[in-house]
Write a protein that binds this ligand. Structure first.
Ligand SMILES: Cc1cc2nc3c(=O)[nH]c(=O)nc-3n(C[C@H](O)[C@H](O)[C@H](O)COP(=O)(O)O)c2cc1C
Length: 195
């Protein structure tokens, strides 16, 4: 039934439309659709989104008071059943586009921990999240910074970091196309997220 379809939100965090993380997320989206999911895609670089201004206008209602494209994404985040986020590694962190979204979701953190008074780290997340990331280098700790951010970001959204697909040694646009096994893994993860 249409109304019972699983809604997945797919967030593209790279400034490159056809970059490595975008190609991987696209495959995950295909997997989710083929598994019967309904996918909404958000391309952060196309949105007009201010960084968090730390004015805590969200303190009363849990809603951010800055009126820009974040307002729609906020609704999409609240109503989805599962989340997919893709970001390249920029200086051992997520991209600036992704970080802006994360910081705006402080409104959800406020809602969860101040307004609803959820004990920190006590409640089990209701939804699953997939994180996809890529970096050019090959160091052991390449994804450490981003993973820490994503884990706590997801927590504020009531999302569990269910799976992360992390690929090293990919730099130029489309480098990932030389690794069909990575794209296949993303496809299967998208499918599994819906199942
Ligand atoms: C501003 C900037 C910072 C970057 N910092 C890192 C880094 O710290 N470590 C790394 O391995 N690669 C770094 N890279 C390379 C990207 O992670 C790499 O090109 C990746 O494939 C980009 O993914 P995308 O095509 O999805 O945007 C950086 C690239 C840019 C543009």
């Amino acid at each position: 039934m249409e109304s019972e379809m699983l809604r997945i939100l797919a967030i593209y965090g790279s400034p490159r439309r056809k970059g490595n993380t975008s190609l991987l997320l696209k495959r995950a989206v295909q997997g989710a659709i083929e598994a019967g999911g309904q996918v909404e895609e958000v391309v952060l670089r196309d949105l007009n989104m201010s960084p968090c201004l730390e004015i805590y206008g969200c303190k009363q209602t849990g809603r951010c008071v800055i009126q820009d494209d974040f307002q729609k994404v906020y609704e999409q985040i609240l109503s989805c059943h599962g989340l997919m986020l893709a970001s390249p590694i920029f200086f051992y962190a997520v991209s600036a586009h992704t970080k802006i979204l994360m910081d705006r979701c402080q409104s959800l953190w406020t809602k969860r921990y101040w307004l609803e008074e959820t004990p920190t780290g006590k409640r089990e997340a209701r939804r699953k999240g997939l994180f996809i990331s890529v970096g050019a280098t090959k160091g052991k700790r390449l994804f450490d910074g981003a993973l820490l951010s994503v884990r706590y970001f997801f927590d504020a959204l009531d999302v569990e970091l269910w799976r992360s697909l992390l690929y090293r040694g990919l730099d130029l646009e489309g480098d990932v196309l030389r690794h069909p096994e990575f794209l296949e893994e993303a496809y299967r993860a998208g499918k599994a997220l819906v199942h």
